[in-house]
Write a protein that binds this ligand. Structure first.
Ligand SMILES: [Zn+2]
Length: 480
């Protein structure tokens, strides 16, 4: 390692020394984001924003394929509108930012900067829907929302973050319930197809569900430090909001009915998940399908005859084949370029020097495992699809193994407390369905119920916390 390379790498803390510091170091050194003078509000730098754009592209395609349309609602919500659904108000009031002055005048009605847009959709739907023929309405919005957080961390918890919020209304309960689970499937596939993150899917307990929802479903991911991250949620609202906002329609039988409603959201939090699931002590490690740059070509001794020509030729071939490729022909040393590529987590690096050229070969280095291979220059492009697929699959497998190795059953409450305190990851335990037991667990250990997994195991007949009859197996963990 050259001196400058050591310097770049040295500037990030190791994961085991201080995971939180490592995370912040990676966010900044990989140029994903930067801080601003408004506390809790960050800049999504081009490299970080490009990751979000790739997530957006994937999801937007899936949303539209399943009959959803994009709309855009205003940023501001009149306070009286926001107050109309009681649970919703209770859930969000503590973290709202409110506009009180417009121009130089104090406003007659205060305006809330959207923390989420349920009420705007409800109000709109109540105006445009009158018949069963108007249903379903399946709208999605790409936007940012503001939640006034006391402690913030880049991508994981910010006072403003980017997301999509889907809001749908349906004529029947069945259709709305199918929507909620269908969207959860799409969220789950984002992990499988794009991020190489195995999510655990399930239902939230009542304590953990969304303010105003009847049911909330979630995708949960496990981070390298053993903490869980809620990575996306879908909600079944029943008719709660619809009644509060009078969203009614005349059904086929002539009767006046209330719509059944859903909402679902996924945010830039996923960037945090990618960092903490795959990153290592040299920086970010990006799964190939979400990586803004999939292949970086580094010419070695580029002043020598033929090197840059060949590097440019290879760049054009890879670029024309539709991959996201960059050629670093700057005057930085190769060592610096390598370290930078590692910090930014670029999945494939191709080194090309005079000696390689003589053999008609180049060196292909894969970021996630550091492996180097000599590959015939003429074969690089044809091998790339398979290489990216293998990288994606192996990164997924490693992450899945981490989940499996760090999911432990607890048959007694003492065992539960022991595991939560000493081991990373999830603990699965039977539960009686009472919030009192969840409260006790949180107070004793800070762990929370992540979800009631769809795939249920029967670990016993009683709730280890209170001894009453158990109704479900629940996955607990400390969480972000
Ligand atoms: Zn209990």
């Amino acid at each position: 390692m050259s001196k400058d390379q050591t310097k770049l790498v040295k500037e990030i803390t190791s994961r085991d020394a201080d995971f939180a510091q490592w995370y912040t170091d990676v966010c900044r050194k990989a140029e994903l984001m930067d801080y601003t003078d408004a506390k809790g509000f960050i800049i999504y730098r081009p490299y970080g924003y490009a990751i979000w754009e790739n997530i957006q592209k994937y999801m937007d395609f899936e949303f539209k394929k399943t009959g959803h349309e994009n709309v855009y609602m205003p940023l501001l919500i009149p306070e009286s509108l926001f107050m109309r659904e009681a649970d919703h108000v209770k859930g969000f009031a503590p973290e709202t930012a409110i506009v009180t002055i417009g121009g130089k005048e104090e406003l007659t009605e205060r305006l809330i900067i959207r923390p989420t847009s349920e009420v705007l959709f409800c109000e709109h739907y109540s105006k445009i829907v009158s018949s069963y023929r108007d249903l379903p309405k399946k709208y999605n919005q790409w936007c940012s929302v503001v939640r006034w957080e006391k402690t913030t961390r880049p991508f994981l918890r910010g006072s403003e973050f980017l997301w999509q919020e889907g809001h749908t209304i349906h004529a029947t309960e069945n259709e709305a319930r199918e929507e909620v689970l269908g969207m959860l499937d799409i969220y789950n596939n984002v992990g499988k197809d794009l991020l190489a993150i195995p999510f655990i899917t399930g239902k939230k307990t009542d304590k953990e569900k969304f303010a105003g929802a009847e049911e909330t479903y979630t995708i949960e991911a496990l981070m390298h430090d053993g903490k869980a991250l809620q990575s996306g949620t879908t909600h079944y609202f029943g008719t709660g909001f619809a009644k509060a906002f009078n969203i009614q329609f005349q059904d086929k039988d002539g009767g006046l009915k209330t719509v059944f409603q859903t909402s679902w959201g996924l945010s830039t939090r996923l960037i945090g998940a990618i960092i903490m699931v795959h990153g290592d002590d040299s920086g970010l490690v990006l799964p190939p399908y979400v990586a803004p740059v999939q292949v970086l070509i580094v010419p070695i001794q580029q002043h020598k005859e033929g090197v840059l020509d060949e590097a440019n030729k290879l760049f054009n071939e890879i670029n024309n084949a539709g991959f996201r490729v960059r050629l670093d022909d700057s005057d930085k040393s190769p060592g610096w370029k390598f370290a930078e590529a590692e910090m930014k987590g670029i999945p494939v690096r191709i080194e090309l020097g005079p000696r390689d050229l003589e053999n008609g070969e180049c060196v292909v280095v894969t970021r996630y495992n550091g492996e180097k291979k000599n590959v015939a220059i003429s074969a690089v492009v044809s091998q790339l699809p398979e290489l990216l697929k293998t990288i994606h699959q192996e990164m997924y497998d490693v992450a899945l193994e981490n989940v499996n190795n760090n999911t432990r059953p607890a048959l007694t409450y003492d065992e539960f407390k022991d595991i939560i305190e000493h081991k990373p990851g999830y603990v699965k335990m039977m539960w009686c369905g009472e919030q009192a037991c969840e409260d006790k667990i949180k107070e004793d250990t800070t762990a929370t119920a992540r979800c009631i997994p769809f795939v249920q195991e029967h670990l016993g007949d009683t709730c280890p916390v209170c001894g009453k009859k158990a109704v479900k197996e629940v996955l607990f963990a400390k969480a972000y």
